[in-house]
Design a protein around this ligand. Structure first.
Ligand code: F6R
Length: 242
């Protein structure tokens, strides 16, 4: 794992933005894996700025998101479909045929998981997967205890994840109890992984990632075994590790 230390959230976002831009500029059909949540918000606004300045085109880009809540319609303000449209897709000309998210409102969730895996495979696999880090070490929505061999699957969200995400909903009861997430093996199949970590609240999780042994109790620990992981972390997140 390569650790890039930056001063703050802004720097982390800019660094991630330049890595992704470079990949898009240098590849004919880039396939980018995306995350939601607070962490990548500024990365997406940076990509939008670069696009508006004509420095990058998303014409040949294909994207796959890590996850989606089960039970929310695509246009629900809290769905990840909605988040992605609002924070990136609609501003950089990424059309519906280029972007993919699991369908959390599907009649047949299990089938949707298989279809998702197939779509990733048909796109040639993910070149760069952007990840945030859960407080409990989750990546995607793969909670502690998820087998490292897992592929896209339906997951039960842990109380800690539901309460961390309650800030986006009017009450914790409204936070879905399930999600569809790429599995750990699906994430690990990405050619490159970009893990973004910012803020004091992530310090403990990052410290554990950098120091813990490989264990399914801390899903992010698997990243230690990936051949090409770049962690971009800011000072506050690194507080406990320096
Ligand atoms: C989001 C995702 C999650 C988040 C993680 C951190 O698509 O898969 O693993 O990356 O929960 O969330 P934030 O960035 O909100 O702290």
């Amino acid at each position: 794992m390569q650790l890039v230390k930056v001063d703050n959230y802004e720097e982390m976002s800019k660094k991630a933005c330049s890595i992704i831009m470079e990949h898009i500029q240098e590849n004919r059909n880039p396939v980018i894996g995306l995350a939601t949540g607070s962490t990548p918000e500024k990365l997406y606004s940076c990509l939008i700025d670069e696009y508006k300045q004509g420095k990058v085109s998303f014409e040949n880009v294909t994207t796959f998101n890590l996850d989606e809540y089960v039970g929310l319609k695509k246009d629900d303000a809290n769905s990840y479909h909605h988040y992605m449209k609002e924070k990136l897709f609609d501003h950089v000309g990424l059309g519906v045929d280029q972007v993919h998210l699991p369908d959390g409102h599907s009649e047949d969730l299990e089938q949707d998981c298989l279809t998702y895996e197939k779509q990733i495979e048909e796109a040639g696999g993910i070149d760069i997967q952007v990840l945030g880090l859960g407080l409990n070490g989750h990546i995607g929505f793969n909670e502690p205890g998820t087998p490292f061999s897992s592929r896209t699957h339906v997951v039960e969200l842990s109380p800690s994840t539901r309460s961390a995400n309650a800030r986006f909903f009017s009450s914790i009861e409204e936070v879905p109890t399930q999600a569809i997430s790429m599995g750990i093996a699906s994430i690990m199949a990405s050619k490159k992984i970009l893990l973004l970590v910012s803020g004091k609240q992530k310090a403990e999780a990052l410290h554990r990632l950098l120091n813990s042994e490989l264990t399914e109790d801390f899903p992010a620990s698997i990243l230690q075994t990936h051949p090409d992981v770049t962690i971009i972390a800011d000072e506050l997140a690194l507080e406990a590790s320096l």
